[in-house]
Design a protein around this ligand. Structure first.
Ligand SMILES: [Cu+2]
Length: 130
């Protein structure tokens, strides 16, 4: 009786050990693209993405002041899966980062930072989705 109980416990333990590994293996790997915002540029620039393919975007402000990732046409035409870009913009205070998951649509989109003078200083670019 106790042997049976032990066997059941072993099977259950085995099952719990196997299941998470199986779940991880079943998850498709979503490509991550990391974009740096700094004074006063975007890196990389242009940003190349694959149309119709889900992507995990990581935006990092590596400077000591606020920058934003403003691309209203890009965000409007993308299918956003997680995160948000209100008014087509993601604002990051100094040292902060944000993530957004989306499916971009083919096209070339303008990108800029809307902080005063930042576009003029170099924070303008494009996102190329092909
Ligand atoms: Cu800026």
């Amino acid at each position: 009786m106790s042997a049976l109980r032990l066997l059941s416990a072993a099977i259950l333990a085995g099952a719990t050990l196997v299941l998470p590994a199986h779940d991880v293996a079943a998850q498709p790997t979503k490509p991550t693209v990391t974009i740096t915002l700094a004074s006063h540029y975007f890196q990389p620039n242009p940003i190349y993405l694959a149309g119709g393919v889900p992507v995990h975007l990581v935006l990092q402000n590596k400077s000591g002041k606020t920058h934003d990732f403003t691309a209203p046409d890009f965000f409007r035409t993308s299918q956003i899966q997680a995160g948000s870009a209100p008014d087509g913009k993601i604002t990051l205070e100094k040292g902060r980062s944000a993530t957004i998951d989306l499916i971009p649509r083919r096209g070339t989109y303008r990108l800029h930072c809307s902080q005063p003078l930042h576009t003029m200083l170099g924070m303008a670019g494009k996102i190329v989705v092909s």
